[in-house]
Design a protein around this ligand. Sequence first.
Ligand SMILES: Cc1ncc(COP(=O)(O)O)c(C=O)c1O
Length: 384
Amino acid sequence: MVTNTPATRPANPRFSSGPCAKPPTWTLNALSDAPVGRSHRAVIGKAKLRAAIDGTREVLGIPDDYRIGIVPASDTGAFEMAMWSLLGERPVQMVAWESFGAGWVTDVVKQLKIEASTHVAEYGQSVDMAALDYDQDVCFTWNGTTSGVRVASGDVIPADREGLTLCDATSAAFAQDLPWGKLDVTTFSWQKVMGGEAAHGVLVLSPRAVERLESYTPAWPLPKIFRLTKGGKLIEGIFTGATINTPSMLCVEDYLFALDWARSVGGLTGLIARANANTKAVADFVELHDWIDFLAQDPATLSNTSVCLKFTDDRIADGAGFAKAVAKRLETEAVAYDIGAYRDAPAGLRIWCGATVQTSDIAALLPWIEWAFEAEIAALAPTA
Ligand SMILES: Cc1ncc(COP(=O)(O)O)c(C=O)c1O
């Protein structure tokens, strides 16, 4: 029987893996400077969009010769726009180790029907990135949000590759070091590590990606929302704040606030340190308890944002039911929202450890997980 509830509750019980917790200093007042009711093409609107692009470059350390665009439809929009615009010029290698990567495989194999080889690993494992042919195009996810497995290092990607690398970095950007020289297309949305709003995607293009856009025209039609070129030339305006269609200036303002907050915690280094500290708190807990483990099998690939856990106690017969019950108990106690594993992933918990989460809140949550685990184990025991 479990009787004692832990003494401390997380001040903020939001541990969702997207949309993620807002920066700790955020209030609705953060949006008070948004130019609402004004055209995004007015001087003030364009200046805000330009500041979002420039701030992204500054905080992430993106090279000056890379283009950064704000595009529609969140990370999905940015990544699909890139695939539809760039792929098909040569064969492609599709890499996946969880559900979002698998979604991009479906796009290429079943929708675009391009000549492709697929490299797929089970949840918890990763694909050997050194074994890929980088003279073909390569599409992959840097951090698998639904398995908690990330790329260990970009060193294996050759600098002198002939193909392009297309990287979905939505749950990695702002929490992990991304090797820009190895990435030709990088996409993310504001809703993850920055605690921003969804709906807008960020598309980062290397000079080689731009070269491909200007020298290759896909065989399929492109809707206006995907079009990055006009008359064979890059539409440069997209990368200076003249968005393809209308953005939400509230979301832009919110992102500008998040960038300021990121600067206040030490920029990228500070953001990474915060995510690492959160993950270490979870790792220390896992180390101390033999009934819980990471889904990621190789510590070198352990995500520091979407940390996925599985229950390993032999007494649990219905893994999915057990994990759901634990998550529900924590939600009912208002100590953790949205920490059940992703619907397509193995049963377990997923705790967002990105930079907007306070380590004190992770520390406060962990005893509650133990409490909920013990309560559910006790509920399994046959009554006398
Ligand atoms: C790796 C990955 N790719 C793509 C997406 C889809 O992102 P969005 O809903 O911002 O388009 C997600 C969302 O969680 C994700 O984790």
